[in-house]
Design a binder for this molecule. Structure first.
Ligand code: NDP
Length: 246
């Protein structure tokens, strides 16, 4: 029996990068998985089709994390289609590099909307559906603990907010036997942070391991937290960054 047999997972932003790797790994381990996307319909549907073709169960649905109602609706759709939700992975995120003096209040709304409000909205919609053993796992960033460079104030603030959310929600959902954790990656080779970009060598120079991580590194940690083995870990942030913040 696979370890997530009979479990249902929702991964926001599962069409590319880290979210796609988490979606595939949970499916390989037996979970029925729903992924959301905002723009990458073809990629999202291709991942769902690949999982279904190999004997799993998956669905890709459009839900822009900039719209908290769309995110809540995605959670309800998971429950309507699969009858339950056990694992919520809040992964979709926006990165922005911009001089602080050029920021606008619209930048704030966009960043906090996607990186924070959508996480709140998805968790809120899922809260009443979780049962014993439920999991909320949010993808933050190691930058929440260490702003390594300039022009990333909004991103750093948004990812730091997730730590407080995680601690509070762990207390709120703990009484139901649901765990809530934050995974804080460092440099991971994706479209958001390609390992051949202009800043990649600078990032490598700050790491103990001197090399980018892979999407599978993050998927492995998320899978562990989602599993029975992770049942005593809650309310915490786990940094997985090749020693960037060491
Ligand atoms: P990518 O840009 O490679 O992929 C982002 C994924 O999120 C895509 O599937 C994208 O789908 C989806 N997405 C983006 N915006 C929205 C939205 N508004 N609504 C719904 N889905 C959306 O990013 P990564 O995989 O690198 O990042 C995933 C998470 O990891 C983010 O939260 C990021 O902040 C975090 N992270 C990444 C690091 C890295 O080095 N890569 C380091 C630290 C944290 P679509 O194309 O359809 O929009």
């Amino acid at each position: 029996m696979k370890r997530f047999e009979n479990k249902v997972a929702l991964v926001t932003g599962g069409s590319r990068g880290i979210g796609a790797a988490i979606t595939k790994r949970l499916a390989v381990e037996g979970a029925s998985v729903v992924l959301t996307y905002s723009k990458s319909r073809e990629k999202g549907e291709a991942i769902a089709a690949e999982i279904n073709a190999s004997g799993g169960r998956a669905l890709a649905i459009e839900a822009d994390s900039a719209d908290p109602h769309a995110v809540g609706h995605a959670v309800h759709k998971v429950v309507a289609e699969f009858g339950r939700i056990d694992i919520l992975v809040n992964n979709a995120g926006l990165f922005m590099v911009k001089a602080f003096e050029e920021h606008t209040l619209e930048d704030y709304d966009q960043m906090m909307g996607i990186n924070v409000k959508a996480v709140y909205a998805a968790s809120l919609a899922a809260a009443n559906h979780f049962s014993e053993g439920g999991r909320v796992i949010t993808i933050g960033s190691n930058m929440a603990d260490h702003a390594a460079g300039s022009d990333t104030t909004l991103y750093t603030m948004s990812k730091s907010a997730l730590a407080g959310f995680t601690r509070g929600l762990a207390r709120d959902l703990g009484k139901k036997g649901v765990t809530v954790n934050l995974v804080q990656p460092g440099p991971i080779n994706t479209d958001m942070n390609p390992s051949d970009s202009d800043v990649a060598d600078f990032l490598r120079s700050r790491m103990a391991l001197s090399e980018y991580g892979t999407v599978e590194d993050i998927a492995g940690l998320v899978t562990f937290l989602a599993s029975e083995e992770g049942k005593f870990i809650t309310g915490t942030a786990i940094t997985i960054d090749g020693g960037f913040n060491a």
